[in-house]
Design a protein around this ligand. Sequence first.
Ligand code: NAI
Length: 338
Amino acid sequence: MKSIVVKKPNELVIEEREVPQPAKGEVRVKVKLAGICGSDSHIYRGHNPFAKYPRVIGHEFFGIIDEVGEGVDRSRIGERVSIDPVISCGCCYPCSVGRPNVCSSLTVLGVHRDGGFSQYTTVPSNNAYTIPDDICDEFAVMIEPFTIAANATGHLKPTTDDIALIYGAGPMGLTSVQALKGVYQVKQVIVVDRIDERLAMAQTSGADLVINNSQLSLKDELEKRNIKPTIIIDAACHPTILSEAIAIASPAARILIMGFSSDPCQITQQGITSKELSIFSSRLNANKFPVVIEWLKKKMIDPQKLITHQFDYTQVVQAIETFEKDQKQCCKVLLTFS
Ligand code: NAI
């Protein structure tokens, strides 16, 4: 079989490897489709502090179970499955309170262990979620990015009375827009980005108002319209954003951050406590695959609106470079494995 391996930063090869045998409790997946995420490019470029090399990248993938290990029902062979990349121990404190995404010994497929950019891969059987026949392959591979929005909104508990503001109209911002409008029917969703083409995608995904903050003061624009967001999601993740979010938030608002920057940001207790703001963070997903499968079954979200490119896996370098360089035209890039 062929696997896409990042040997070390900036060295990616398509390598011939033995087809792996599933261990006890695992299934083998014949991969059909995979999605490229920012973290794949970060591992390729050497910017992911968690990655170990060499690594088969890829944590968004879909395929067919073609073999099972000991203890797994053979009837699963032939199932269409999407893979949750979060592998947890099941017994530490975070696992015991339903937060396997921050397990004390967290393993993420494609980061800490070989992932899905490969013709075949093995995963724990519990991580392989059965996809109903009425969900097409292209939507099944998009479940993982939508689980990020499911996790974030699960913390925020949006209502129809909320006015939500999302920083960033990349894949993470757009999945959040779709969740807030399609699932929670939030009254107004505002999206802020610096790229007009991305803001147009946010409108297609359901944003009620978009603001390009490259030349304007967001605070002034909101004041002009008398808008005080009750929910703010930072899906742009620049360290300066949190202090602005605190300044523009309504009293009693909820703010959620999803960035991993190690740079400090300046915030004050007074800014937070005077409005009694709640600040959440969200990492990966905690058992959200069934939630997003339900959203897809009920047609509450439309992943097609994010998919802009498909490449054969042999063109992976071109696919990653397109993803990195063309933020105006490019959102979700899929790789097909024959
Ligand atoms: P992306 O880079 O495609 O999109 C980010 C967008 O934010 C871009 O369109 C950019 O123009 C915009 N932006 C940057 N600075 C801005 C600012 N100051 N104001 C308004 N817009 C601004 O990235 P993607 O894939 O959507 O991911 C977004 C972030 O989410 C990344 O930082 C990533 O590391 C993080 N992430 C976090 C996850 C988690 O579970 N916590 C999971 C996946 C991604």
